[in-house]
Design a protein around this ligand. Sequence first.
Ligand code: HEM
Length: 239
Amino acid sequence: MRPSVNRWPARVDVLQSASGLLLVLFIWGHMFFESSILLGHDAMYLVAKAFEGQPLLSEPHPELVSIAGGTVLMLIALHALLALRKFPATWRQYRELHGHLGRMRHWDSTLWYVQVITGFFLFFLAAAHLSQMMLQPEDIGPYASADRIWSDHYWLLYAPLLLTVHLHAAIGVYRLAMKWGPFSAATTDRWRGRARLLMVSALAFFLCLGTASLVTYMRLGAEHAPYKGERYTPSWERE
Ligand code: HEM
């Protein structure tokens, strides 16, 4: 009789990779939509209204944003739960891991450790941002977002969130490529170089895009501070 094989560890690994990939695609897409402010107030207004379903439903439905936020939050919780099983569990395990990393100086093991640290902080930072988006979905727009970022000091949340989420996403994609990529032992090293280039380029690109839009929201928020609370009227609705 063939010995029975436990397939669950492999299935859980696939689920963790798949949920991670979905989250990376979400955050990269999110950055393009959210940075529409770089194209002007009207562009950001249109994107916000599109996510409220206005083009299809004729009326804006901010609850659609809450539903999207809840779905992303559940995906993050699943991804984190599956990742937890690989985290060091005790202070002693952390000390031993530090010792090994220091002695080995192995680049990919250090990157894995960066994933553990950024993943830990992301859980709190992302939950804070998502709960705001889910509870006040109607407060998204050129003035509402800029007021929140500047007058309500949300840039203090977004600056560390920007750095941690893009480190986590870029390293995650590199690790996915190395884990599931169709390489033979002979070609792994060549592909490793390419995957690292992709990782560094994605990180640099999204950090630049995110910083540019965050600074734009801050500048707009500072200008709009005396009128805080006033909503944006798109150019085609003004007389
Ligand atoms: C459906 C869920 C989400 C919605 C509707 C949403 C929406 C937004 C909006 C409208 C902004 C502009 C600032 C504001 O209005 O406060 C923003 C900024 C930001 N969001 Fe999200 N977000 C979502 C999920 C996430 C998640 C899961 C992450 C990361 C884990 C994230 C990371 C960020 C970052 C880093 C910024 C600042 C970007 C910059 O520097 O320009 N968001 N988000």
